[in-house]
Design a binder for this molecule. Structure first.
Ligand code: UD1
Length: 418
């Protein structure tokens, strides 16, 4: 497994061209089989989660081709409604395929999905929503089989604004008979991107970004050429890295409203932030002060996907930070690794108390999930001396050209292929 060797202590300067959003592209790819016409998606990041999604589409009988960051899906010859177990176990987002495969074949079979091990990640809300649309569900031997002769629009109230459940229900409802209403829908920007993509294919979806989404079923969807939105979590990761290490960087491609909660915290930490259109410029002395409490929340709250990276920042901010993880149970695995670098972190249940230390020192640490891996890289960039970050398979799930982009900013980082 590849590893990074990082020589810490360098400030970061320069511009980051953002990749397409992982969490947008995955549901867009799932949605590509709603039509039998070609679908072209631009700004698709080269990450292993995307590779896995493409493999799933190919196993269903689709043609998938990549040309740089442009991906073409032709599902005219798609035949299978069974999602390959060995791939779906690796990729939790494969669960979104349930909605679109059902729309296409009236049947879908999937193994219980995988993804990063960050706690219990049930899919009860997905299944309840699909049942409301008339889907019959049988769970047996680790597989979920769904069928519906007719998908019928319905009113669905989500107990919790789950991102995946909202997307899955939209994908099942776009060609259902009549109107579907999702109340307490997730408001994440990636859901707006999915709405825009589907509407560009001829669907009638409204209200994404708010808590009620209305979907009027249409008979047919056509092919489309669509550019995915930029990745707000990648942007946040680079901004946190520059805030922690000091320097001045600019991210290009993302409107600041998409990560307002993070920017608000970073300015409380003492960073200077300037935003205009799709540019965010951050400058930092690298000597930050702690803000008292950060709690992860559904959008527009502080994103859980930036919790680990932000905790890495807190390690050397002067004062005590309290981090509360409200979405997933075991999202502090990286804390034990940061302690090896000299961080003072105490985790109790969903809360981490981080007392800022003067310095982190280089150490050998191991990534155990995607965002935790990014947090270790940030800490290593800040630390004095050399660090090794082991097991890059997690980081590779979500960041394309991570080390190249960091190197361009002045970081001393190299990938060693093992
Ligand atoms: C998506 C993102 C992930 C992000 C998360 C929260 C993608 C591919 N992944 O994941 O990066 O961390 O949103 O912003 O977009 N829940 C249930 N039952 C369900 C579904 C969810 O109880 O049926 C709970 C989960 O256990 C969790 C919470 O709802 O506590 C949030 O999950 P959800 O919003 O569904 O996250 P994902 O769609 O899995």
């Amino acid at each position: 497994m590849d590893k990074y060797i990082i020589d810490g202590g360098k400030k970061l300067y320069g511009t980051v061209n953002l990749q397409g959003a992982k969490n947008s592209v995955l549901p867009l790819l799932a949605g590509s089989i709603l039509t039998d016409k070609p679908v072209k998606i631009r700004r698709v990041p080269m990450i292993s989660d995307v590779e896995n999604m493409l493999r799933i589409l190919i196993e269903l009988g689709c043609k998938a081709e990549r040309d740089g960051d442009c991906t073409m899906i032709d599902s005219a010859n798609a035949v299978s409604h069974e999602l390959p177990a060995r791939l779906t176990k690796e990729l939790r987002s494969s669960v979104f395929m349930l909605g679109s495969v059902l729309t296409r074949f009236r049947r879908a079979k999937i193994a219980y999905p995988g993804g990063c091990d960050i706690g219990l990640r049930p899919i009860d809300l997905h299944l309840k929503g699909l049942q409301r649309l008339g889907v019959k569900i049988v769970e047996e031997n680790g597989f979920i089989s769904c069928s519906a002769d007719v998908l019928k629009g319905a009113e669905i109230l989500l107990d919790f604004p789950s991102v995946g459940a909202t997307e899955n229900i939209i994908l099942a409802a776009v060609k259902a008979e009549g109107r579907t209403l999702i109340r307490n829908a997730a408001k994440e920007p990636e859901i707006v991107d999915l709405q825009n993509f589907l509407n560009a294919m001829g669907a009638k979806v409204q209200g994404a970004g708010g808590s009620t989404i209305v979907i009027d079923g249409v008979k047919k969807l056509h092919g489309v050429e669509y550019e995915a939105m930029c990745d707000r979590i990648e942007a946040g990761t680079f901004l946190i890295a520059a805030a922690t290490c000091g320097g001045e960087i600019e991210t290009k491609g993302l409107n600041s409203e998409n990560i307002a909660a993070l920017l608000h915290k970073l300015s409380e930490n003492g960073c200077k932030i300037y935003t205009k259109n799709d540019r965010i410029i951050l400058s930092s002395t690298g000597r930050l002060k702690a803000t008292d409490i950060v709690e992860t929340m559904p959008f527009p709250g502080f994103p859980t996907d930036l919790q680990a990276q932000y905790s890495a920042l807190c390690c050397t901010a002067s004062g005590t930070s309290l981090v509360v993880e409200n979405l997933f149970e075991t999202r502090y695995k990286y804390a034990a690794q940061l302690k090896r670098m000299g961080a003072d972190i105490t985790v109790r249940g969903r809360t981490a108390v981080i007392r800022g230390v003067e310095k982190l020192r280089g150490a050998s640490v191991t990534a155990e999930d995607l965002r935790g891996g990014a947090a270790l890289v940030i800490a290593a960039l800040k630390a004095e001396g050399k660090s090794t970050v082991l097991d890059l398979s997690y980081v590779d799930r979500g960041y394309s050209e991570f080390e190249h982009k960091l190197k361009k900013l002045g970081a001393q980082i190299k990938r060693v292929r093992v």
